[in-house]
Design a protein around this ligand. Sequence first.
Ligand SMILES: Cc1cc2nc3c(=O)[nH]c(=O)nc-3n(C[C@H](O)[C@H](O)[C@H](O)COP(=O)(O)OP(=O)(O)OC[C@H]3O[C@@H](n4cnc5c(N)ncnc54)[C@H](O)[C@@H]3O)c2cc1C
Length: 448
Amino acid sequence: MSERFDLIVLGAGSGGLSVAQHAARLGARVALFDPDALGGTCVNRGCVPKKAMWFAAQMADLHRLAADFGFETTPMRLDWARFRRLRDQYIAGIRRRYETRLQAGGIHVVTEAAHLLTADTVTTQTGLRASAPQIVIATGARPRRVDIPGFELGMLSDDIFELESPPQHIAVVGGGYVAVEFACVLNALGCKVDLLVRESLLAGFDIELVEALSVQMQAHGIRVVRNARVSAARGKPGAIALETADGTEHGVYDALLWAIGRVPNSSGIGLENVGVACDERGHVLVDAYQNTNVPGICAVGDVTDSRALTPVAVAAGRALAERLIGEHPDAKLDDSVIPSVVFAEPPLAMAGLTEQQARARYGDAVSAHSGRYTPLQWMVAGRADQSVVKVVCVGAERKVVGIHVLGPGSDELLQGFAVAMQKGLYWRDLKAAIAIHPTAAEELLLLH
Ligand SMILES: Cc1cc2nc3c(=O)[nH]c(=O)nc-3n(C[C@H](O)[C@H](O)[C@H](O)COP(=O)(O)OP(=O)(O)OC[C@H]3O[C@@H](n4cnc5c(N)ncnc54)[C@H](O)[C@@H]3O)c2cc1C
């Protein structure tokens, strides 16, 4: 006998929690399965612990800037164990709040993995069974592993948060935002970093700003090695050397981080039992309404091919609950303007299209306006590092389709611009707006 619900959700990460909580608020009887900690990747092994580390890195950088400003400073060293304890306490608090909210919402939480038996029934290893007319797959993704000699000598992004002490010299393999963020954070915290990038650095971000960030990363001491196809890792834990396909040896390092992408958690959950279709990389295929090819089964978040960002998973989950349980049969994710930030040093923020993406889509109708400036606090300190702002427009009316900022404060300043873009923002609006002076944000209004 299986217990019956209105909705079953597999995965209590950003997407799963969103759909489960909204559906319960709308009156649905919901069962939520997850064998792991509530909050999924973002809370436990992603955005939250990463951002806490980024704040620590920012403080180390500000301390150096303070010295340049004339403060008498003594060398600062992070008490890693204390920082870890504070960070982990904060995360435990988030999990407790989720637990309380799920309980208050009457959601039936099962701390076990579930897999599909049929299109309306799931089961667990201990033999629990639950049925519902709607099942949502929100099982997320995990770090990618590859079959090369010595792979086991390295860490994955999940492991970084478990380190007892910071490494002294680390090789970070990868060119995506996770690789760049860890490279910058560890570098700011005093670790020597080599970043080995196989193909492009930060694909999907505007090339002009990525190159400017790369220059600054190198100026801050990170060794960025391009075209580095790592073919083997050798040695032993604590003394690791890397070999690239061209025969070059790199290292020796006391730590190695593989940050080479993520793979969707779509196998072992019974999709084959009911014929749910996946793409060649294992992402569950969904339409704009999160429907899979099997009626009654939907999917949200990183297990699909959507942008792997928490707010995207949350928004997709909310819209899905509105559609399945609420009174909005047409509700769907609006992904027309997705803002995102690489928490590098300095941060790189973007909303909408890069200049390259806009040109590929709109050709000669694109106009791009970019400018460079040195932030006031750096100028005062005698630093010459340059920040970059860029606005990408389309058509005679110059509709803004992309905004990009590399520099201090870009992570916070872009959200408001992204809202304006979603509502329809034109170049003339930027020109007519009154700036806040002196700020980094005003640079976007001062472009020519
Ligand atoms: C290092 C790192 C930094 C990041 N930083 C950011 C950031 O700054 N900003 C941002 O927006 N995004 C960031 N992300 C991405 C963000 O974490 C993900 O996009 C988001 O967590 C996706 O949510 P999800 O619900 O799809 O999956 P997840 O959060 O991964 O949740 C999936 C859940 O499903 C569970 N599960 C798996 N199999 C089963 C099963 N069979 N049955 C039941 N449950 C199952 C898992 O245990 C997990 O809890 C980061 C990711 C990483 C790795």
